[in-house]
Design a binder for this molecule. Structure first.
Ligand code: F3S
Length: 65
């Protein structure tokens, strides 16, 4: 399973990750992204979200692409 986290200290709330990977990321009340517990997007989508984050706030581990 993919493991990824959002570093809320880095996240500026641009929302790209949630727009690209709505099955894996959600925006919270504080205006920042959060990784969903049971992501449903494929690895490529998650990788695209990681690559699209302007501040590199999404950290991956164990991603098999
Ligand atoms: Fe935040 Fe990056 Fe997503 S800034 S909202 S983690 S694309």
């Amino acid at each position: 399973m993919n493991k990824f986290t959002v570093d809320k200290d880095l996240c500026i709330g641009c929302g790209t990750c949630a727009a690209l990977g709505s099955g894996s990321f959600t925006m919270t009340e504080d205006g920042k992204a959060e990784a969903l517990e049971n992501p449903t997007d494929d690895d490529g989508t998650i990788q695209a979200a990681v690559d699209s984050c302007p501040v590199g706030a999404i950290k991956l581990s164990d991603l098999v692409v």
